[in-house]
Design a protein around this ligand. Sequence first.
Ligand SMILES: Nc1ncnc2c1ncn2[C@@H]1O[C@H](COP(=O)(O)OP(=O)(O)OP(=O)(O)O)[C@@H](O)[C@H]1O
Ligand SMILES: [Mg+2]
Length: 239
Amino acid sequence: MITVERLSFTYPDGTKALRNVSLSIHSGESAGIIGANGAGKSTLVNHINGWLIPQSGSMTVDGIKCLKTNQETLRQKVGLVFQNPDDQLFMSSLFDDIMFGPDNLGIPREKSEAEAERLLREFGLWELREKPPSRLSQGQKRFAAFAGVLVMHPSVLVMDEPTSDLDPRNRKKLISLVSSLSSTKITVSHDLDFIWDTCRKVFIMNNGQIKAQGPAREILVNETLLEDNGLELPLRLQR
Ligand SMILES: Nc1ncnc2c1ncn2[C@@H]1O[C@H](COP(=O)(O)OP(=O)(O)OP(=O)(O)O)[C@@H](O)[C@H]1O
Ligand SMILES: [Mg+2]
């Protein structure tokens, strides 16, 4: 269970990015967070593994407070695929990047190497394993960041714009992969068709606040609500 209570966050330059956000997401649930550019979506989800620390209010994952002191525990539980893969990939080879998390946790190499290989093959990246991640294409980086998170088998998977940079076939591959995972899932995306396919519940953010929440298939068909929040109907529902 993820609980956010009256969470506010202001960046050092004075930008108020979150204003009193409260929400809860049950274990095993698949939730989408949508909203226009600058609504505060990334700021919100970047609190979940301790990357950002609440300035006021709180966030907890299964009762564990999202605080610096709990970062280690949180990172074993929560996998966050950042909006920008360059924030995530920093080792000198793709393979080392995937192994970084498991090595840090002291997982036996035989076990984690086999899992890393399985994921890299699944994402079509196995042949590229010796390459520095910085030399991968954008879509390859996106999948590499995913592999680095999935290799840890997180019980909560958070994805920030997972489909950006993916070609149509790889986008479909991601839909089936995400749908097959039983973890709690939080997806931030402008791709409302992806949200339609993978999320049961949706939160709309606007100007640092939660403006609406409900079943995905009620929120995503509500054209007026979407437009009021700077959004448009999913492509499949557009005339
Ligand atoms: N490092 C930062 N320093 C100052 N302001 C920031 C910083 N990062 C984000 N902001 C501001 O905080 C607000 C929320 O940004 P955030 O990245 O959370 O939005 P978002 O909903 O994820 O947008 P997008 O859909 O474009 O990814 C914006 O006004 C943005 O300009
Ligand atoms: Mg963002």
